[in-house]
Design a protein around this ligand. Structure first.
Ligand SMILES: NC(=O)c1ccc[n+]([C@@H]2O[C@H](COP(=O)([O-])OP(=O)(O)OC[C@H]3O[C@@H](n4cnc5c(N)ncnc54)[C@H](OP(=O)(O)O)[C@@H]3O)[C@@H](O)[C@H]2O)c1
Length: 294
């Protein structure tokens, strides 16, 4: 099988490109906008006809949450309208489409339980709204070929392309090493997810091909961003204080969910949930990227 990965220079894309050949699948890398901007549906369709992949994994998104508030048109174009194009063109050709979605479409009270696929969405920012649009486009326009895989708090060795190659853990470690004063929100609860685990989960879905539709795929367990940051520093052997603060103290332009831990209910019921606890993924990440002897 040939799998087209859109966004291969991003942290999830890079791990997919590494993992696909190990699983006996051929990877076709679309690096990013330099190769193909997903808002150009005609160019995407031409790519499909030229390369004839069996599946497309779209890791591309306009996911600068705060910038989406002021660049609303661009957010809708990339996160919703472009995804409609991907879905229509894949469905037409019988190509599987895996559209990566986000936990930010959900927003439960802080004492919630993990939210399954059947839970109501509460998109409270332009980012969340436009990403929910992408979910709907996939499920509507690729009814038999489309998969929406919602995930959360990604961290991978390549770092987040959108954030200049740094993910949350990289940023925390850089700040601690530089001895900067650190404040991290303690009232947003998430399930941080390593991109190597997610890449393996996506590959298993391609191989086993459960029914199309909406899936949640995040690490097991949950924590606040503050707990996540403190655990990362401890694992990296850094002794540096991090002050817990409330979301209100940050006054970011976009609303963030208080509780967006997803439950991988569909995968679990199918016996296909191979995600692991966030702590083990974090430990592996730190050992690879920030080994103590360096
Ligand atoms: N990072 C998180 O914490 C998080 C949490 C939940 C969900 N997600 C979702 O998971 C997916 C992967 O995230 P990530 O952290 O791996 O992202 P990333 O590191 O920022 O990588 C995104 C990739 O997409 C490409 N790209 C961006 N806009 C594009 C466009 N219009 N057309 C074609 N390619 C484009 C980028 O390359 P260029 O910049 O060169 O175009 C890059 O290769 C995204 O859908 C993201 O929203 C992420």
């Amino acid at each position: 099988m040939k799998i087209m990965v859109i966004g291969s220079t991003g942290q999830l894309g890079a791990d997919l490109i590494a993992a696909l050949p190990q699983a006996g699948l051929q990877a076709l890398a679309i690096s990013g906008r330099q190769d193909l901007d997903i808002i150009n549906t005609a160019a995407f369709a031409a790519f499909l006809d030229q390369h004839r992949p069996d599946a497309v994994i779209n890791t591309a998104a306009f996911h600068n949450v705060d910038l989406c508030e002021s660049q609303t048109d661009s957010a809708y174009k990339v996160n919703t309208i472009a995804v409609r194009g991907l879905a229509v063109e894949c469905q037409k050709r019988g190509i599987l489409l895996f559209q990566i979605g986000t936990d930010y479409v959900m927003d439960g009270p802080s004492d919630s339980k993990p939210l399954p696929e059947s839970a109501a969405v509460h998109p409270k920012s332009i980012y969340a709204l436009t990403r929910f649009g992408g979910d709907c486009m996939t499920l509507t326009h690729a009814p038999t070929m489309g998969y929406v895989v919602r995930t959360c708090g990604l961290f991978g060795l390549a770092g987040c392309k959108l954030k200049g190659g740094l993910n949350f853990v990289d940023t925390m470690i850089a700040a601690a090493r530089a001895g900067k004063p650190m404040r991290v929100v303690a009232d947003q609860i998430v399930a941080p997810t390593p991109t190597d685990d997610l890449a393996k989960q996506l590959i298993l879905m391609i191989q086993r091909r459960p029914g199309p539709g909406l899936y949640h795929a995040v690490s097991h367990g949950q924590c606040s961003w503050h707990e996540f940051a403190c655990t990362a520093l401890t694992m990296a052997g850094l002794d540096h204080p991090i002050a817990p603060v409330s979301s209100g103290e940050f006054a970011a332009p976009a609303h963030r969910p208080s509780y967006s831990v997803l439950d991988n209910a569909r995968l679990r019921h199918l016996g296909l949930d191979i995600m692991t606890d966030w702590r083990s993924g974090l430990q592996r990440f730190i050992e690879k990227k920030y080994p103590r002897h360096k």
